[in-house]
Design a protein around this ligand. Structure first.
Ligand SMILES: NC(=O)c1ccc[n+]([C@@H]2O[C@H](COP(=O)([O-])OP(=O)(O)OC[C@H]3O[C@@H](n4cnc5c(N)ncnc54)[C@H](OP(=O)(O)O)[C@@H]3O)[C@@H](O)[C@H]2O)c1
Length: 225
């Protein structure tokens, strides 16, 4: 039995992570802006719900204090936004850009900073960020400036964490969930949530020290930075 903390836990991939871990008896710390959301409340099992806006760094620090002494085997920084308005040159909106970076890039790092101690005292010691293939510079395509850059920067952060925290035995990985049918992915996405999340859970289960600092697809294949 592991303890797993998940951000953005009230819908999409985050909610399904909660369901999968809870269904097999893991202890889940589900963090959501609306912890009373019906879909999250309906999940059976050992699920503790906490209100968390991930860009409220005072709240992040307060939650870390509330959970002081807990060992968190897996921290999953899942909350993210698409930043769709800043998609093409000519329509770049600095406010959207800043918000996208705040949520997708700075907030996960602040979570890692606040909770790395909780993860370090666990057996699992896994620090996972849900990134995106769109953050790969090697696979770059046009458009989606804010989103792509925010995930590329997230990848760089996690690479840094993998080096900084290796001495404490932490395993830091960034995962691409595939293109998945969620509110963000849309109905045309190639994967269902049921095809993506169980595969990621299996992959997270199998992570070992040799995986520290890797960028992985939901099916376990390596992605180029
Ligand atoms: N779906 C895909 O195809 C795809 C592909 C690549 C990567 N990803 C990544 O996978 C992760 C999950 O995406 P998804 O597809 O599940 O998207 P989603 O259905 O749009 O859900 C996004 C989640 O993030 C939460 N969130 C957004 N801003 C937040 C904030 N400031 N504080 C706290 N929570 C916040 C949302 O909470 P609320 O309910 O409160 O809004 C929601 O739970 C994201 O990091 C995304 O970039 C998704």
């Amino acid at each position: 039995m592991s303890t797993v903390l998940i951000t953005g836990a009230a819908r999409g991939l985050g909610l399904d992570f909660v369901k999968r871990f809870a269904a097999r008896g893991d202890r889940v710390i589900a963090c959501a802006r609306d912890p009373e959301a019906a879909a999250l409340r309906a999940v059976a099992g050992d699920v503790r719900r906490h209100a968390l806006e991930v860009t409220d760094y005072g709240a992040v620090a307060a939650l870390a204090k509330t959970l002081a002494g807990e060992a968190i085997d897996v921290l999953i920084c899942n909350a993210g936004i698409a930043g769709r308005e800043a998609t093409v040159l000519g329509s770049i909106d600095p406010a959207v850009w800043r918000e996208t970076f705040e949520v997708n890039t700075l907030a996960p790092l602040m979570m890692a900073q606040a909770f790395s101690g909780h993860v370090a005292r666990s057996k699992g010691r896994k620090l996972v960020a849900i990134s995106s293939r769109l953050g790969s510079i090697a696979l770059a395509d046009n458009g989606r400036y804010a989103y792509r850059a925010s995930k590329a920067a997230l990848n760089m952060e996690w690479k840094g964490l993998s080096l900084d925290l290796a001495g404490q035995g932490l395993i830091c990985v960034v995962l691409h969930p595939g293109w998945v049918q969620t509110d963000m992915g849309g109905a045309a996405a190639t994967l269902t949530i049921e095809q993506s999340v169980p595969a990621m859970v299996k992959m997270i289960d199998g992570l070992g020290a040799a995986d520290n600092g890797r960028f992985l697809n939901y099916d376990g294949n390596e992605l180029p930075w």
